[in-house]
Design a protein around this ligand. Structure first.
Ligand SMILES: O=C([O-])CC(=O)C(=O)O
Length: 174
């Protein structure tokens, strides 16, 4: 399945060069040193969908098993490294369903399979213990990560330098 955003060309540093004088507060960013890249792509971008959950990946599973349409799934896992919110199976689902990327403010597992999955994956860390799914969590809500609000429909750009979030697309087209 082709990902509509797969051909987006950007670098977060170039985006920040052009947005540095923006005093509106619309542009938000997170340091690249916060996350490690686990997926096949170290650069991904797209409109945001969100999940908030703690040590329960029921809604992450539901999201990646639905059509991604080139979006980026942002998962506020509360920073927990106790349980993995995404492993090889869910990463493969995300790639198959056309998600551009998954940013997990929490942990992942199955590193070898994640590296092979055709989707961008950023996470805080990794741990082998999966969750027990109890249908806990919220989807499609604003999430607050490290003091930065990320809302459904925002655009998110991620690469090794960091993560940039804006209310609309800010890359140049063509
Ligand atoms: O199923 C899970 O909870 C996560 C996982 O390990 C996978 O995606 O393979």
């Amino acid at each position: 399945m082709t990902t509509p955003t797969a051909s987006i060309r950007f670098s977060t540093c170039d985006l920040c060069d052009s947005l540095k004088a923006d005093t509106s507060g619309d542009t938000r960013w997170l340091p690249g040193s916060l996350y490690r890249s686990y997926g096949a792509f170290v650069r991904f971008a797209g409109p945001v969908a969100t999940v908030r959950c703690l040590d329960d990946n029921s809604l992450v599973k539901a999201a990646v098993e639905s059509f991604g349409a080139g979006r980026v799934l942002v998962v506020d896992g509360g920073g927990s490294l106790r349980r993995s919110l995404l492993g090889g199976n869910l990463a493969a689902s995300a790639a198959r369903n056309g998600w551009a990327g998954v940013l997990i403010h929490g942990a992942v597992r199955d590193l070898e399979e994640l590296r092979a999955a055709g989707v961008g994956i950023f996470a805080l860390g990794h741990v082998p213990m999966p969750t027990e799914r109890r249908d806990q969590g919220l989807a499609d809500i604003p999430v607050l990560i490290e003091g930065v609000w990320i809302r459904p429909g925002d655009w998110l750009y991620a690469d090794e330098d960091g993560v940039v979030i804006a209310p609309k697309a800010v890359h140049s087209v063509g």
